[in-house]
Design a protein around this ligand. Structure first.
Ligand code: CA
Length: 227
């Protein structure tokens, strides 16, 4: 199936040019010409990539990107900026854009960027990443954990918590960080839920849960994964 690209651009000539170029390359292209409409389309979640102009009527490109990320949309975004918008480029990347390209750009440069971003997003979506710490092996694709060949059964939430720790090896994670990453931003729960799940993970993963080697408590803050 053709990869679907949403072009968000208010200049009709640029939008048409982009659509023609991308369709020639075999992409399925749709165009939105203002920020609010673009956000609505992005939230439908059916695009593989968004080319997002920075200066737009309605809502600007930075806001569109921020809102989409806040709503959990992970679709890759390439920002289209004009010369002199370098500061906005940095902000754009912080807000969750995957890359940017400065106008005027060549068709070749644009296609190279698009392909690179699509490849990265497909790789990160690929299952089967293997993590190791101590004697423990975690296969995130199969959702399997084992120690010295023996399967360790984790609940879905414990597995998700372990994944979050693996993604943030060596970093102190606050209780709030863990709640947000594991249970989601809107979940209403007490700190105790996090303590309990870490406790269970320690019992299952640590050789000596009383003296954890991997799931280290950081007093008054949260935990650090030292795997
Ligand atoms: Ca514009």
């Amino acid at each position: 199936m053709n990869e679907r690209i949403l072009v968000v651009e208010d200049e009709p000539t640029i939008a048409t040019g982009l659509r023609d170029d991308l369709e020639l390359e075999g992409f399925a292209v749709e165009v939105a010409d203002d920020g609010t409409a673009a956000l609505g389309r992005i939230l439908e979640g059916k695009f593989d990539l968004v080319l997002l102009d920075l200066m737009l009527p309605g809502m600007d490109g930075l806001d569109v990107c921020r809102q989409a990320r806040l709503k959990g949309i992970r679709t890759p975004v390439i920002m289209l900026t004009a010369k002199g918008q370098e500061v906005d480029k940095v902000v754009g990347l912080e807000l969750g854009a995957d890359d940017y390209i400065t106008k005027p750009f060549s068709r070749r440069e644009l296609l190279a960027r698009i392909k690179a971003v699509l490849r990265r997003s497909q790789e990160s979506a690929e299952p089967g990443k293997i993590h190791r710490f101590g004697d423990v092996i975690v296969d995130t694709g199969r959702c399997e954990v084992s120690r010295r060949g023996e399967r360790i059964d984790l609940t879905a939430t414990e597995f998700k918590l372990l994944q979050v720790f693996l993604e943030h090896r060596g970093q102190v994670m606050t209780i709030d960080d863990l709640m947000r990453e594991v249970w989601g931003r809107d979940a209403i729960l007490t700190d105790r839920v996090v303590y309990t799940h870490v406790h269970h993970l320690r019992n299952k993963l640590e050789e000596n849960p009383q003296k954890p080697r991997f799931l280290i408590g950081v007093r008054g803050i949260g935990y650090r994964f030292d795997g």
